[in-house]
Design a protein around this ligand. Sequence first.
Ligand code: ARG
Length: 407
Amino acid sequence: MTKPGQLFAMMVTGLALVATPAAAGAAPSAQTPPTVNIVGGTQAAEGAYPWMAKLSVGCGGTLVSPDIIISAQHCFSTPGKTFTADIGKVDATQASGAGQRRTGSKYLVGTGPQKKDWAVLKLDTPYNAPAYPVFPADTRYDAVPKFRAIGWGTTTSGGNVSKMLLQVDIPLVADSNAACKDAPATEICAGDLTNGGVDTCQGDSGGPLMSPLNGDLGSTRPNEWVLVGMTSWGRGCAAKGEPGHYAQLSAMRQEVLNAITSLGGQPPVNMGGTTPTPTPTPTPTPTPSAGCTVTNTTPTAIADMSTAQSTLTVSGCDGNAAANAAVTVAIDHTYIGDLVIDLLAPDGTAVNLANRQGGSAKEIRKTYTVDLSGESANGTWTLRIKDAAAVDAGTLQSWGVNLRPGR
Ligand code: ARG
């Protein structure tokens, strides 16, 4: 049995190894590293985890509000002045594309691995992610059959770090299992004890262990993951009989929230439905006009630097639309001036409604009058919203058309 002192030495070595891959294998106290695929993982889809952060200390982290990243204490054990966080990227070496780089210089930490391995880093400048994972209210999501972990850590024990964000699904190892006896009160254990092969590894520390909010590991919604743990430590990686150990967030929840408050950070955005969602500004509805008025009230996310589309279908409005057709739009966005908004007629003709007007305004509640007399009314109409500038994001709350006002 490895003594805790040796374990910590291994973890620190692991970190150094991430920063300097050339030093791999130099750890004198390390056991023979099993050759396994950590992660037995697959590459994460672009946009699946827009809140995931890669920290310059060779760790992962989770953005839970625009200026707060949750990570692990042992990632911050060598005090630095400023930490860099690449947020929302799959290839974190790519400066362009999705996501943003931020710095953070204020942080608070817990007591470390096998105790309370949490860290809270406050960003110097907020980043508004298009979605956030759920910050857990209690232990409810701590014992699911399988978790998901993600990170840029090594893909084998003692191997090289991954350039791309990888994900892996890992079975729960119960607190009652002997393999999880180190610190069951403050850790979640996960691993395939029989076969090995799926695990986090060096460089994944601080990153999230997640439970699917709706029990579905196939969910592709970035806000449907519950942050239940922070990757902490293991004896090697992905070995049979050895689970990965994750700081159990529910066991240190209040200290983490207190740390966020003392750092002056914004509280976690996604409390998983435990806090009421603010009432949105009421949306004006177009005056009903049988068959020619249709509204779509399903919200559509407008992610940073991407194009969102929402459709509605008009039937029972024979003939062409009017020269004074009305298009009503309700959008919330942290910077309205980012948006290029077009209406696409059923035949694909585009009519521009807004082209990056509105500056730093936060919402559009507007009815545009458009000459659609050249377009047949029946068919599928599309509202296309392009976010053409980095940083901000928002939501199309609803939109509608009245293709023949006054009739
Ligand atoms: N301590 C490691 C790090 O700093 C994480 C190790 C996780 N190991 C495991 N077998 N799950 O990145």
